[in-house]
Design a protein. Structure first.
Lengths: 235, 228
């Protein structure tokens, strides 16, 4: 027993091959979460009756469920119900045609939406109320005020939180391994199943994730710096 | 759908799963207790900028924050036996698997909490420390009486969300074969071929726990908001 660098390189190479899957599992949920999260945040900011309290309850409850548990439940439901579901809709697809990665993307999207909504809502509340009033007072409609006045001020506040959410999504994507999706973590140990060098395999996976998250943070820091140029300090 | 989810099975599962809740609580307890001690150590090292240790602590925190919990758990699970064998010639095959879980979660919490502590201590204005020195308090007195009470107030909300995250992360322990509530659900699944009820119950259990923790930290936060 010991550290075998040849096995380590094999695992590293194998893990990197599955990076596209991890990209999919990270960025598709992030984009969905951005859209849904913004819509829900706006609903909550404007306190739309019935819808706003309902969404608050749903999000608070859903945030309590660990990703593994949600993933297991969706996977079970998918296995048990998909064929009936497709038959009911007269679709000509069977379970085998669906890539399991979509269950992972579904679960990760829902989770990311909850976290994203929280950050976007926080960013919305950081904009002063007077900004809305100023918008209305010069004759802008609600939507115009939102688009031209509020959202440009929300973005710089939301960016650092967005980075945190992306890093969280990268890390969360490793959990989909439990339902048999091959991404970086599962990919890194494919060579290990022949050699029993699991330690080297997992170290390789850790290294890939580490570099990936550091890169994301570095890029985000650059973008934030660029955004700061356009922020005037009034005080 | 009738065969997929059955309320009778759901209710017979409840006592079987709740019996394993102490395993989960133990993980949270040890991870928080030793995690806080480790985190304080790391936070002090990083604030005081002690050479070599400071850089090592930086790498440790970056690694723990930049890699998934699951990967850390697996690295510890497969790495510790090799390390022990190489360094001390100790065979750890007989160790209970939960020990690896404790080690991982303590290391993970140590890193995350150290960042929370460090930021909260640095959030207290330097003037407060200077004021404390100027009335003749020693360094330790100034830290304990002036800095700490203010830093705790800043740290409580982040500590709360970290604590909820820790609870949720314990659900990964079953992946290395520890029988906690998730592990029990899995064994129920292999025994009865019906596992959906067990997972639904666990989801409800986690929701209740997270609401309780959120409520507790909300009250704590309110109580600590003296003078605001």
């Amino acid at each position: 027993m010991g550290f075998n660098s040849i096995y380590f390189y094999d695992s590293l190479r194998s893990g990197i091959q599955y990076l596209p899957n991890t990209f999919q599992l990270t960025f598709i949920p992030i984009v969905i979460a951005l859209i849904l999260g913004t819509v829900i945040a706006v609903i909550r900011v404007y306190r739309i009756p019935f819808l706003a309290p309902l969404l608050v309850v749903l999000i608070t409850l859903y945030q309590g469920i660990p990703l593994v548990v949600a993933l297991m439940i969706y996977h079970l439901l998918f296995i048990a119900e998909f064929n009936d579901f497709a038959a009911a809709l007269h679709l000509d697809t069977s379970m085998a045609d669906i890539n399991l990665i979509w269950i992972g993307i579904f679960a990760l999207s829902l989770q990311a939406t909850c976290y994203m909504e929280e950050s976007i809502k926080g960013a919305f509340f950081s904009v002063d109320k007077g900004q809305y009033e100023a918008g209305y007072s010069v004759g802008l409609t609600k939507l115009q005020t939102l688009r031209r006045i509020i959202i440009p001020q929300v973005i710089p506040v939301a960016l650092p939180m967005l980075t945190n959410n992306i890093v969280g999504a990268i890390k969360g994507s490793s959990i989909v391994m439990v339902i048999g999706i091959t991404e970086v973590l599962a990919g890194s140990v494919i060579p290990s199943s022949k050699t029993y060098a699991f330690f080297e395999g997992y170290i390789a996976a850790a290294l890939i994730y580490w570099i990936f998250t550091i890169l994301v943070e570095k890029i985000a820091a650059r973008i934030e710096k660029r955004g700061d140029k356009y922020r005037r300090n009034l005080v | 759908m009738v065969d997929l989810f059955d309320w009778k099975r759901f209710f017979t599962n409840i006592p079987q799963i709740v019996a394993y809740l102490p395993v989960t609580l133990k993980i949270v307890f040890y991870a928080t207790l030793f995690g806080v001690i480790l985190a304080l150590l790391v936070a002090v090292i990083r604030i005081k900028k002690i050479p070599i240790l400071h850089q090592a602590a930086g790498i440790y925190v970056s690694f723990m924050r930049g890699t998934p919990m699951l990967v850390q758990l697996l690295v510890v699970f497969y790495g510790i036996p090799i390390l022990m064998q190489q360094l001390f010639n100790i065979n750890v095959n007989r160790w209970d698997k939960i020990i690896f879980v404790y080690i991982t979660y303590i290391l993970n919490q140590g890193a995350f909490l150290s960042e929370i502590f460090r930021c909260s201590i640095l959030a207290v204005p330097t003037g407060q420390l200077e004021a404390a020195y100027s009335v003749g308090l020693t360094q330790f007195q100034a830290f304990r009486r002036i800095i700490l009470p203010q830093a705790v107030r800043v740290a409580v909300p982040s500590f709360g969300s970290d604590f909820i995250g820790l609870f949720q992360n314990t659900s990964l322990a079953f992946l290395i074969g520890v029988v906690d509530i998730m592990g029990r659900a899995k064994t129920i699944g292999t025994a009865t071929k019906h596992v959906l009820e067990a997972y639904v119950f666990i989801a409800i259990l986690f929701i209740i726990i997270s609401l309780l923790v959120k409520g507790a930290f909300y009250l704590l936060d309110k109580k600590l908001a003296y003078g605001r």
